[in-house]
Design a protein around this ligand. Sequence first.
Ligand code: HEM
Length: 230
Amino acid sequence: MTGLDQFLWLIYPYIMLTLFVVGHIYRYNTDQFGWSAKSSEFLEKRNLKWASLLFHWGIIFVFFGHVAGVLVPKGFYEVIGVTDEMYHFGAVWIGGAAGLMAVAGILLLFIRRVTFRRLSIHSSTSDWITLILLAFVIVTGFTNTVGYTASGGEFDYRDSIGPWFRGILSFNPDAELMVGAPIGFQIHILGAFLLFGIWPFTRLVHVWSVPLTYLNRRYLVYRSMRPKKI
Ligand code: HEM
C-alpha cells in the first residue's frame, strides 16, 4: 500500500469528518440566522416543483439504499435468509429507480439554475459548488450501479467498501479494503467525503432542520378582521 493510499483511505476521510462535525458546531454558534435552505421558490416556482420532488424523494431512497448496502453487514442478510440474488435484485431495480430519480432531479435543478437568469444571478459561489458537487457524487454513484452492479461486475462492495466504511465509523479502518476497489467507486467515495467536508458551510445544513413538528402541530386558524355581514 502506497502513502497516497494511506492518505486517501485513512487520513482524508477523517479530515472531512472532522470538518463536518466542527464545522456544524461553528456554523450553529456563529450563523443561526443564516441556517437555511435558501429557498429559490419565489424566483422560479413551476420547474422547481418537479425537480425538487424528484431530487428529494430520490435522495431519501438512495440514503436508505446506502444504509442497506454499506452500513448493514452482508452477514446479517445471510442470517435473515436474504440471498445474494435477492439483494442484487433489490439493489439493481429498487436502488436503480431511486438513483435514476436522484439523477433526474439534480440535473433538472442544475438546468433550472443555469437557464433562469433571475436565479443564476442570485446564486452564490457556495450554491454552485454545492450543486455541482452533489451532481458529481450522484452521477458517479449511479454510474457504478449501472456500470458494475447491474451489469454483473465481479466486484462486491459489501465485501470491501462496506467493512471499510464501518471501520471508519468505528475508528478501526482497513485501507487495504479500498485499494482494490474499481476507480468508479473510489471517485464516488472521495467526492462524497468532500461533500461531507463542505456541508456545514453550505445550504445543506437545512437537512438537520426538517420541520417534522409540522406533522403534528396544532392547526392555525386564520380569521378575517372584517366583521361578517349578516
Ligand atoms: C462515503 C459515503 C458513501 C459511500 C461509501 C457510498 C457508496 C456507494 C456504493 C457502494 C454505491 C453502489 C450501490 C449499488 O450499486 O447498489 C453507491 C451508489 C450511489 N451513491 Fe453512494 N456512497 C456514499 C455517499 C453518497 C452520497 C453522500 C450520495 C449523494 C449525495 C451518494 C449517492 C449515490 C447514488 C445516487 C448512487 C446510485 C444508487 C442507486 O442507483 O440506487 N452516495 N454509493
